[in-house]
Design a protein around this ligand. Structure first.
Ligand code: GLU
Length: 512
């Protein structure tokens, strides 16, 4: 490859970016980094009917959250701007005219009613959907069926018109896709697509090809849904004389639903797990779409998860930083088949990334929850709690959710444990243990265990018998982290307090 690699992510601002779109952005980013090229963000906003307020900002924020910062973009600028197609409007018409002059496109004046009429007429006869093509176009109102003078007169009279591509008869368009291999399509399967709309705006096809050319894009990496449009694009490149610099294509496999069959859709976000990177307020409704960010996923875990949805490194390695991905990534390791979305895998990545965080960082997650509860944040204690909890959490919020007992005395006790383990014998042990602990100033794990052993010995009770009762009295729960560690973090005073409180509250439940 001698030309510098230039790739683009070209979303339309029609709503929040789905994770499929974000994966496309990620693969483009990785490819650019791998080849020391440029990653361009181009906003494809030529369809004003589908424009959604806030969608562009969402795209920019989502990329930023994931660390996929474009080298050129509407916000940042660059040598090939502007990067919003609506701001590039002026240049498309000239290329459309060139296509008409070369005989590869034509003006069509059919009104919506006339098109509807043709649709009905032709559908009734053949049962096939009407398409503007080499056969039907000769029955329609366009510059192929009218004289030059008539055409000029209509345009001069400001009659609305569109420009359509004149798809040739009986040809085959061949192209090479870096993921799917050779693709060939007969022109009879392609209709005379509109290139310029009556409002003077280009369609996606026209704008996409013109901009990829002018922005010197070397590789088009995009979702599989665009593969059927690619032969059309190849024709446009060819007719504009740009075939030599035409980008290479790579169409990414679909993301498949977690449950059942088919493509992962925006509606799958209703299953209680996110399919969007960031939260999105649905306009004019009270509803929100949940986001990975707000659900507690770390951006590096999310990116790692996304990278492996369709690409594999060819080794057993699963944990990759963005930097490592940039080195390891290659298009030839992208699978052809769809990749199944699996939220449990996303959770697993989050766990792995939380595990390797510094204890201070983990402790920091407690800050907001504690202040929300009016509990003072003591770094020393928060650090200890975070360290105990690191292997037990999926989300940062879990440190608080699952570790609340470190900060609050239990008000409820696990019923099942109480029913089975709250015996006179155990309560006596706990009472003696409380008395023994109060005599201490601090308690290490070893000291906690040593003291308990002495109490057990005196009462002639084995540790196995009393363990769950001890845990439930201190934490309210039937299971959790190592109990001696819990005791050492709570400290002797607090433990004595909790044991005595439990004994008092649960007095009626003691079994003799
Ligand atoms: N604007 C198209 C989209 O929203 C871009 C497709 C392409 O990358 O060519 O997906």
């Amino acid at each position: 490859m001698n030309k510098p690699v230039r790739v683009r992510f070209a979303p339309s601002p029609t709503g929040p970016l789905h994770i499929g779109g974000l994966r496309t952005a990620l693969y483009n980013f990785l490819f650019a980094r791998k080849h020391k090229g440029s990653f361009v963000l181009r906003i494809e906003d030529t369809d004003s009917n589908r424009y959604v307020q806030g969608a562009e900002e969402y795209i920019v924020n989502a990329l930023e959250w994931c660390g996929l910062i474009p080298d050129e973009s509407p916000g940042k600028g660059g040598d090939f701007g502007p990067y919003r197609q609506s701001e590039r409007k002026a240049q498309y018409a000239g290329f459309a005219r060139e296509l008409v002059e070369k005989g590869h496109a034509y003006y069509a004046f059919d009104t919506p009613e006339e098109l509807e009429g043709a649709r009905k007429r032709l559908q009734d006869n053949k049962g096939k959907h009407f398409q503007y093509n080499p056969f039907t176009r000769l029955q329609m109102k366009n510059s192929l069926t009218m004289s030059k003078e008539e055409t000029i007169a209509l345009i001069a009279a400001q009659t609305p018109f569109v420009v359509r591509l004149k798809v040739p008869e009986n040809e085959t368009v061949e192209l090479h896709d870096l993921i799917r291999g050779n693709v060939s399509v007969k022109t009879e399967e392609i209709d005379d697509k509109i290139l310029m709309k009556s409002d003077g705006m280009p369609t996606y096809h026209m704008a996409n090809v013109v901009d990829d050319h002018l922005m010197q894009i070397t590789h088009v990496i995009r979702g599989e849904e665009w593969l059927p449009s690619t032969p059309l694009h190849v024709m446009i490149y060819r007719y504009l004389g740009w075939e030599d610099t035409m980008p290479e294509f790579a169409h990414l496999p679909l993301l498949l639903k977690q449950e059942g069959k088919g493509k992962l859709s925006k509606r799958d976000g209703k299953h209680g797990y996110p399919v969007f990177p960031l939260e999105w307020d649905i306009p004019e409704s009270e509803e929100k779409l949940i986001g990975f960010r707000e659900s507690g996923y770390l951006p590096d875990a999310f990116i790692n998860f996304l990278a492996l949805l369709g690409w594999n490194p060819g080794t057993e390695q699963e944990i990759f930083s963005l930097e490592e991905l940039s080195h390891a990534f290659s298009i030839d390791r992208i699978g052809k088949g769809g990749a199944k979305f699996d939220i449990n895998k996303a959770k697993w990545f989050n766990q792995q990334y939380l595990k390797i965080k510094s204890t201070h960082e983990l402790a920091g997650y407690l800050n907001a929850s504690l202040s929300g509860e009016g509990i003072e944040f003591l770094t020393d204690k928060a650090v200890k709690v975070a360290d105990v909890m690191r292997d037990r959490i999926t989300f940062p919020e879990d440190i608080w959710q699952k570790g609340q007992f470190f900060f609050k005395q239990p008000t409820e006790y696990d019923e099942k444990v109480i029913r089975k383990k709250w015996t006179r014998e155990n309560v006596n042990v706990l009472s003696d243990y409380a008395d023994a602990l109060i005599a201490l100033e601090t308690v290490s794990e070893e000291k906690a265990k040593g003291t308990l052993d002495v109490v057990l010995e005196l009462n002639k009770v084995t540790i196995g018998k009393v363990m769950q009762a001890l845990r439930v009295a201190l934490t309210g729960e039937g299971e959790g982290p190592d109990i001696m560690r819990i005791i050492s973090i709570l400290g002797p005073n607090e433990c004595t307090n909790r044991l005595r409180t439990a004994i008092e509250i649960l007095d009626d439940h003691v079994k003799d």
